[in-house]
Design a protein around this ligand. Structure first.
Ligand code: TRP
Ligand code: ZN
Length: 887
């Protein structure tokens, strides 16, 4: 690689506690258009338990003005300056350090550290952005009390915010003003935040369980004031929920949310001052889809829940990231499940896991939820750490049960409040509170890859005995030396011919204990024997997706169709349909296609019955009629057959559309008349089912379907309906698509978040000329490489959610993405790295595509000033052994 100073990895095993602690830090920011002056005053104290004597402060891209120690200016020889920070040799036990630096937020396009967005100043410090503000021990195990003074022009920056409570403000000379904030809770630097700008505010309040009144404020640009109501309601609901479900109360007198347009991720949980991607705040039914409403509720909840799982108890180091993220995703999933439909939520979460996390876990970036080494921590904010991490918490929850889990959580918060903890601390709290053993379970934290779970059954009618044999197999990314069997909770039930759950009794037990069990598989192979089984049952296994595994079980087609109709577990009812559809498509791909297969008739028959049954939850019916994605099917191949998968997938979709034509029309008619303002569960379910049906009808070249779509697009006042119609027309590639897209564009050109949807619909169209269309859209006035929402909507969606388009045989998709990754390398390295990830999985494709993808990776490897983010991805991807030793 062209880079000479190849970055070296950080290892978990090298963790050492800090040599110096910071008791207090007082920050002063003087904001100007051409520079920002930062003065940091820190009370340093040597950490007695440590051997070292030297003080290392992190700092990047800083212009050092001066350093005072105990009020006296230090000579330049008194410390060492490098590109990564400052080093003081044996500076003593306790002292005050004052450091003045100059930084340039107006030139910062990385959206990390202090930067400008929409004319305002804001910060993003997680994970290691604080070191771009000033020299500081920028590591999460140094917790300090912060006070912050911000000074800026009063006209351009009337609002000045930071963490904690406002304590002072006033006018200064030259039209400037200041505000001072104090945060009483010690915190690591990554939770620091500052905002300065022209912002309007929606205000409400919340009364805590113990009767304290908390001010709630949401800051947005003035023209967005009418789009904050849903976020405010979500915040109040989250505060209530965390009190009721986890006994957690808010701890400051004020809670602020600021929405910004340029943001690398979803949102950030800075203490008392959350900063949000505006996409997860702003919503009205006219401009936001139902999914946006649900997402806003979930992200607002997520950041709020971090106040306990992340802020009050934080992480010792970044290898512990899943301690706060896995746990907080689990908490936000439960929040959404409790407030909306539990079954639907589980289906959507598992879909995400299968589509994204499984692919990540099978590629060169595969890592355990607690990695052992990284080069660039920003590359590890992954579906694995977040979503598989949440699955690991969920398994503990299943193994312990509601009450014991709650006791474990209470103990965890009580014993680590105000501390920087490890995943080991969490698991131990769960053990200590319950007396249960999780020794083997801990392997989920250190082993990468998706385990395979295979199932075999055997019924002995003479003995009334039913055997279930479970086997776990090592994921391909793990070598035998690094792998040991996992502790896997397998929730299951047995269903009789009438569709009733049977009482379950294992051999040796006296009585049946309910109709559902969580079996615990701890060895590679284990047989569970159920007694007193009088008739042949149908097995419903891995209910509620009780473990993040790949289920390998060729259950007879008839049984899957039976489960679709009868399983009492909503997730498994849906998953039976997914398994049947997947089996049909995979058989066709392997050339085993009978023209009129029994499986197909079973599947279509089940869908037809469901569509006609108005007693079912329409949202679940909508999920059931959606086929497993092409990406998900790709997971079943050692070498992915891009064209074959696309062909079989789209043929099967057309077949469904033709066969179910009447049922689809009837469902559309039933679900057409929903009020555009109604955000209730039933209204959302109806819109979801309508859109799923409309997709098929337009695909089947149904004239009436197309006209309906066009009418909706033109006249609906609801974004879910409009975007559903647009997607149906554009993805089917029909004649009306161009007109539809132009009309939509005209109507929404001034709403960037709506234009994002327009970009995504076009980028994900599974059509042969989509690459060219994406290339054209790069030139569109609404597109801007500086804005991560635009990048994700157009390029991220194309690379991740359009396998047929992206993997165009001539390599044009690869080339297009690589060009943009190269432009982003300097502009915004963490966004560049995200965009590159589909290319890193080149080994999975046929030799032609493999060579083309590899060549693009090598083009990136040859860059002069390759960022650490891209370097890590490219080097792992090109390495001969998929750098297994690194995780
Ligand atoms: N901690 C944030 C969350 O999950 C996400 C986050 C991490 C982030 N790093 C970031 C957000 C960088 C923006 C930029 O809630
Ligand atoms: Zn988080």
């Amino acid at each position: 690689m062209a880079r000479h100073d190849a970055p070296s990895p950080v290892h978990l095993d090298d963790y050492r506690p800090p040599v110096y602690l910071v008791d207090r830090v007082d920050l002063r920011f003087s904001l100007y258009e051409h520079l920002t002056r930062v003065v940091a005053r820190m009370s340093m104290r040597r950490n007695g338990q440590q051997d070292g004597r030297d003080l290392a402060l992190n700092g990047r891209d800083l212009e050092l003005v001066r350093i005072l120690k105990n009020g006296r200016r230090l000579e330049e020889g008194a410390y060492e300056v490098s590109t990564e920070g400052l080093l003081f040799t044996n500076p003593g036990e306790n002292f005050e350090l004052e450091i003045e630096t100059i930084i340039h937020p107006e030139k910062n396009s990385s959206l990390e550290g202090l930067y400008k967005t929409g004319g305002n100043f804001c910060t993003q410090c997680e994970a290691e952005g604080f070191r771009k503000l000033t020299y500081y021990p920028d590591r999460p195990d140094v917790l300090a009390r912060f006070s912050t003074t911000i000074e800026a022009d009063a006209t351009n920056y009337p609002v000045l915010l930071s963490n904690g409570n406002p304590v002072e403000s006033g006018a200064l000379e030259n039209g400037r003003h200041f505000a001072r904030w104090e945060d009483p809770f010690p915190k690591p630097s990554y939770l620091f935040a500052l905002v300065a700008g022209r912002l309007a505010c929606v205000e409400d309040f919340y009364l805590t369980a113990s009767g304290r009144k908390v001010r709630l404020q949401i800051y947005v640009e003035e023209h967005n004031l009418d789009k904050c109501e849903h976020a405010m309601k979500s915040l109040q609901a989250a505060m209530r929920w965390d009190e009721q479900r986890f006994g957690r109360e808010y701890d400051l007198d004020i809670y602020m949310i600021v929405a910004v347009d340029d943001f690398n991720m979803g949102a950030m949980e800075n203490k008392g001052l959350n900063i949000f991607n505006s996409k997860f705040v702003l919503a009205r039914p006219e401009t936001a889809s139902d999914q946006d409403f649900i997402d806003i509720e979930s992200v607002v909840g997520h950041e709020y829940f971090h106040n306990w799982s992340g802020n009050r108890v934080t992480c010792r180091d970044w290898f512990q990231l899943t301690l706060k993220e896995g746990l907080t995703v689990f908490r936000d999933q439960e929040f959404t499940a409790d407030l909306n439909s539990r079954g639907l939520k589980r289906i959507q979460d598992v879909n995400l896991l299968r589509n994204r996390q499984f692919a990540e876990d099978a590629g060169p970036m595969a890592h355990a939820i607690q990695p052992r080494a990284y080069m660039e921590i920003n590359n590890f904010y992954t579906a694995t750490v977040y979503n598989k991490g949440a699955e690991v918490i969920r398994m503990i929850y299943s193994l312990l049960g509601e009450q014991r889990f709650r006791r474990g959580m209470d103990l965890y918060f009580a014993s680590h409040d105000g501390e920087a903890a490890t995943t080991e601390d969490f698991v131990r709290a769960m053990e200590d509170a319950t007396g249960l053993q999780l020794k083997q379970f801990r392997r989920w934290y250190s082993q990468a890859g998706t385990p395979r779970l295979s199932v075999a059954t055997h019924y002995e009618p003479d003995a009334d005995c039913y055997h279930v044999t479970l086997c776990q197999q090592r994921p391909a990314v793990m070598d035998a030396a690094g792998w040991a069997p996992l502790h896997i909770p397998v929730r299951l039930g047995l269903i009789d011919a009438e569709g009733q759950d049977m009482p379950l009794r294992l051999e040796g037990e006296e009585r049946a204990a309910g109709c559902e069990r969580v079996l615990e598989l701890k060895t590679e192979k284990q047989t569970f024997r159920f007694a007193g089984v009088k008739t042949q049952p149908v097995l419903s296994v891995l209910r509620d997706f009780s473990a993040p595994v790949e289920l390998v079980y060729e259950q007879p087609d008839e049984e899957l169709a039976f489960l679709m109709a009868n399983d009492s577990d909503a997730f498994n009812r849906w998953d039976a349909g997914q398994r049947l559809a997947r089996a049909i498509m995979l058989r066709r791909l392997r050339g085993a296609a009978e023209q009129r297969s029994v499986a197909r008739d079973l599947f279509l028959g089940a869908l037809e019955t469901m569509l006609a049954d108005s007693t079912l939850d329409s949202a679940l019916v909508a999920e059931t009629i959606r086929l497993p994605s092409e990406n998900e099917l790709a997971g079943n191949f050692a070498e992915i057959d891009v064209d074959g998968i696309h062909r079989v997938h789209s043929e099967f979709a057309r077949e469904i559309a033709v066969y179910l034509h009447d049922a689809l029309h009837a469902a559309c008619e039933r679900h057409a008349g929903v009020s555009p303002e109604d955000e209730g569960a039933n209204a959302m379910a109806s819109r979801s089912l309508y859109n799923a049906c409309l997709n098929y009808l337009v695909l089947a070249e149904d004239e009436q379907g197309r006209q309906n779509a066009l009418q909706r697009l033109r006249h609906s006042r609801n974004m879910t309906e409009q975007i559903g119609a647009l997607r149906a027309l554009v993805h089917a590639g029909c004649d009306e698509a161009k007109l539809a897209s132009e009309e939509f564009e005209k109507r929404w050109i001034d709403e960037p978040l709506v234009m994002d949807k327009w970009l995504t619909v076009q980028a994900t169209a599974p059509l042969p000329d989509t690459v060219q269309q994406v290339a054209r859209l790069l030139e569109h006035t609404c597109f801007d490489l500086h804005n991560p929402n635009r990048v994700r909507s157009l390029l991220g969606a194309f690379g991740e959610a359009n396998p047929y388009g992206f993997h165009a045989r001539d390599g044009s998709g690869y080339h297009l993405i690589t060009d943009q990754v190269i432009s982003l390398n300097r502009l915004n390295p963490s966004t560049a790295a995200r965009l590159l990830s589909p290319l890193t999985r080149w080994r999975k494709y046929d030799s032609g595509r493999r060579a083309l993808m590899r060549a693009e990776l090598q083009r990136i490897a040859g860059l002069e000033d390759l960022s650490r983010n891209l370097y890590e991805l490219v080097s792992r991807s090109l390495a001969d052994t998929a750098s297994k030793e690194m995780t």
